[in-house]
Design a protein around this ligand. Sequence first.
Ligand SMILES: Cc1cc2nc3c(=O)[nH]c(=O)nc-3n(C[C@H](O)[C@H](O)[C@H](O)COP(=O)(O)O)c2cc1C
Length: 200
Amino acid sequence: MKIIGVVASARKNKSSKFLTEQCLQAAKGSAEEAGQNLEVELIELAGLNVNGCIACDACKKGVLCSQEDDYQPLIAKLADPEVVGIILATPVYMGSMSSQAKAFIDRTVLFRRNGFMFKNKLGGAIAVGGSRNGGQELTIQAVHAAMMIHDMIIIGDGDHFGGAAWGNHPDGYENDTVGIATAQNLGRRMAEVASTMQIS
Ligand SMILES: Cc1cc2nc3c(=O)[nH]c(=O)nc-3n(C[C@H](O)[C@H](O)[C@H](O)COP(=O)(O)O)c2cc1C
């Protein structure tokens, strides 16, 4: 089984990626403790060219997208039946998800239109804001809404909504222990639910 973490910051190798790494490492560690093999993969959208959906409806004819951009190789990764869960990490931009996150989400409509291919996969969200309370929870809810439209099973951090972190933490985002814990707990929770459901 596999969990994919998609990082939808406009910037490479910044706080959203760091939090996603924390989440995926915790998921893997939790699965290993339970004697299970869990593969994880992190995909950074920064630097890729993933356009918004153009509503051409080509995907109504099959698991395909008409736009020849960097989303194309992601289709096979996401369609892999080994994928049991998807984490979407996004910075908070203007109180909601980044345009990179929205473009990515909209392009996943092809999986819905071809038999709800994400149905029963686990979905979780991480939001990193520049402010401590800059819209992380609203952003997580927006990601969850899209996941529900896929008929995915929404996973939180076992306490609240998922990974909620502070990118401009005075000690640096690498020392936002509260935020890091939410991301790690989201990963652990996803591994736990995957194991309980015996999804393989
Ligand atoms: C266009 C834009 C809008 C932003 N809007 C918000 C916001 O509404 N709330 C907030 O807390 N931070 C906001 N920020 C700050 C980012 O969320 C913050 O810097 C975050 O850590 C960026 O993630 P990254 O380090 O992975 O790139 C905004 C940044 C940009 C570029």
